[in-house]
Design a protein around this ligand. Structure first.
Ligand code: SAH
Length: 271
């Protein structure tokens, strides 16, 4: 993948790579701003992307080449006539496990053109056993050059692959999905919106939930009265100092009651 911008803005930052031996058509190279952040996704379901990432602000940014997306279809790396990517679990039990050798070949493909330095290019396996994804992680990923994500299916992936490549496991939360694609989509969305120029108004990422360790204050908009419910007076007062104070108090109250864990961490950081 080169960083060169093509002549037109018509193409979009979407590219699917298979293990086909055909040379890639350079004319199909998607537009990408030089050095733009890139997500590489190893998946059995490349059609799942860009999905919702192709809409709204992330979609516009993708079309503008502010970030890029490359899916790497796992299937062509499969073994034998049927291109098998999985096999039964060693030791018995239900389901199937994605093979280390098959995944390794896809990871080798994904490594092309990426930094070996994991700080600059993290490699992630989406997994319920991983560290819970949070805003701090999204910030860390947004500062990297890009990210390779491995989407599991079935019972997951052979442990040896994770150990051998020192792959970081990241979880979307304490529940089990059928595959890593939805988790990868959420992770990319949260990361991409922190990239410069993706959101029109950069200040909004500085004020929103988690940015200062607190959940966000309530938001209101027109009409001023709806269903006999009025917008709090202070927000209509025009006193910026009072408004900021009110928002801070609200954010603290909401965090204290809804997320005592975040509140304690906030107090620790302040002291
Ligand atoms: N047997 C596994 C679950 C496999 S679910 C276990 O009990 O831990 C199939 C795939 O879905 C996983 O390989 C992973 O890539 C993805 N997945 C499921 N839940 C997830 C979560 N909470 N966060 C991120 N990925 C998840």
């Amino acid at each position: 993948m080169t960083d060169e911008a093509p002549k037109t803005l018509k193409s979009h930052g979407r590219l699917s790579i298979s293990a086909s031996l055909k040379p890639r058509d350079l004319m199909e190279e998607p537009f990408r701003v030089k050095g733009a952040w890139k997500a590489k996704i190893i998946t059995l379901f490349p059609d799942a992307f860009p999905g919702v990432l192709g809409l709204s602000l992330t979609g516009k940014a993708l079309d503008m080449g502010l970030w890029a997306l490359e899916t790497i279809d796992l299937r062509p790396f499969g073994i034998g006539k049927h291109l098998n990517v999985d096999d039964t679990p060693a030791g018995g039990g239900a389901g199937m496990v994605l093979r280390a050798d098959v995944l390794d070949a896809a990871l080798t493909k994904a490594a092309e053109g990426t930094s070996q330095d994991r700080l600059r290019w993290p490699i992630i396996y989406l997994s319920p056993r991983g560290r819970p994804f949070d805003q701090a992680m999204a910030r860390r990923f947004s500062k990297a050059d890009g990210l390779t994500m491995l989407c599991g299916r079935f019972e997951g992936v052979d442990q040896r692959l994770l150990d051998h490549h020192h792959i970081e496991e990241v979880s979307l939360g304490d529940f089990v999905l059928t595959g890593g694609e939805i988790a990868a989509t959420a992770l990319i969305d949260a990361t991409v919106r922190l990239l410069p120029k993706v959101l029109g108004n950069q200040a909004s990422t500085e004020e929103e939930s988690f940015s200062h360790g607190l959940l966000e204050h309530p938001q209101y908009t027109r009409p001023a009265v709806w269903n006999d419910l009025a917008i709090p007076d202070v927000l209509q007062s025009g006193h910026h100092g009072e408004i900021a104070k009110w928002r801070q108090t609200q954010a603290e109250e909401i965090t204290k009651t809804r997320r005592p864990d975040l509140w304690q961490a906030y107090l620790r950081r302040k002291s």
